[in-house]
Design a binder for this molecule. Structure first.
Ligand code: SAM
Length: 245
């Protein structure tokens, strides 16, 4: 397992990006993710890859009875713990979810599942932690965004404009597995899975898919950052909510 958020250079760049008013988390990911949430009041919630705890704080302020956030990065958790208000944070990788004995009503995760290699084990472990009828809501990088594989493990320019219209190159969609990309630093490891692999893994572990969304930018987001309009050509993020049957 790679712990890139504890890389000094990566973390500095990431913090800088997240502190800006205009970023894809704030303008694109969080509004869609939050629109998929069930009522949190009185619920026991586990947030996977909780980062600096933004979602944990939201859950607590919405009246969740117990909120636990886990993350493999000490850097991210240190920020979270600085504004801790009754939230339990654990420095635990998602690969070790089996170490938890608690039961939860809701498991959430924003933009972290694409860092986990064994998706089958992850979903199996989440299923064990949820009560019957419990819900899993997660976002991840969209498969059309993670598919692209550069022979040199770099982020290369994978878009072209023809007659004023943008096109994105797509490759390796059905070649699931490791991708090494440059994002803030070189050598960032992510895992690509196609759509059927994601959905069928959830079904195999007894989940009923209740909603699927793909990122788009609304007019307000496009006004703030015109390049977000390109999400109509290629979405950045995939969102799934599923219920444990
Ligand atoms: C893009 S950040 C998202 C943070 C937070 N969920 C949010 O939306 O603000 C991804 C987070 O996943 C964490 N992460 C990556 N791989 C992980 C793993 N295997 N186990 C636990 N956390 C992981 C990173 O340390 C980072 O905090």
């Amino acid at each position: 397992m790679q712990n890139i958020y504890d890389n000094k250079v990566f973390f500095k760049e990431y913090e800088e990006m997240r502190s800006k008013d205009i970023n894809a988390n704030k303008l694109i990911e969080q509004p869609i993710f939050n629109s998929m949430l069930p009522m949190l009041r009185g619920k026991r919630i586990l947030d996977l890859g909780c980062g600096t705890g933004e979602f944990c704080r939201l859950a607590k302020s919405e009246g969740a009875s117990f909120v636990m956030g886990i993350d493999c990065s000490k850097n991210m958790l240190n920020v979270a713990k600085n504004c801790n208000d009754g939230i339990t944070y654990l420095n635990l990788p998602m690969e070790n979810l089996g170490k938890l004995n608690d039961k939860f009503d809701i498991v959430t995760s924003s933009l972290a599942f694409h860092y986990v290699e064994d998706f089958d084990k992850l979903i199996g472990d989440i299923s064990k932690l949820l009560i019957s009828g419990g819900e899993l809501i997660f976002s991840q990088e969209h498969p059309v965004a993670t598919a692209f594989k550069s022979p040199k493990n770099e982020r290369i320019d994978n878009k072209i404009d023809i007659h004023g219209k943008r096109y994105y190159l797509l490759s390796d969609y059905n070649n699931i597995g490791k991708r090494v990309v440059k994002w803030n630093v070189s050598g960032v490891i992510k895992y690509h899975r196609n759509f059927s692999e994601i959905i069928n893994t959830l079904i195999r572990h007894g989940f009923i898919i209740t909603k699927v969304m793909e990122s788009y930018a609304d007019e307000e987001a496009i006004k703030k950052e015109p390049k977000y309009a390109y999400q109509n050509d290629r979405p950045y993020f995939l969102f799934i909510s599923a219920k444990k049957s």
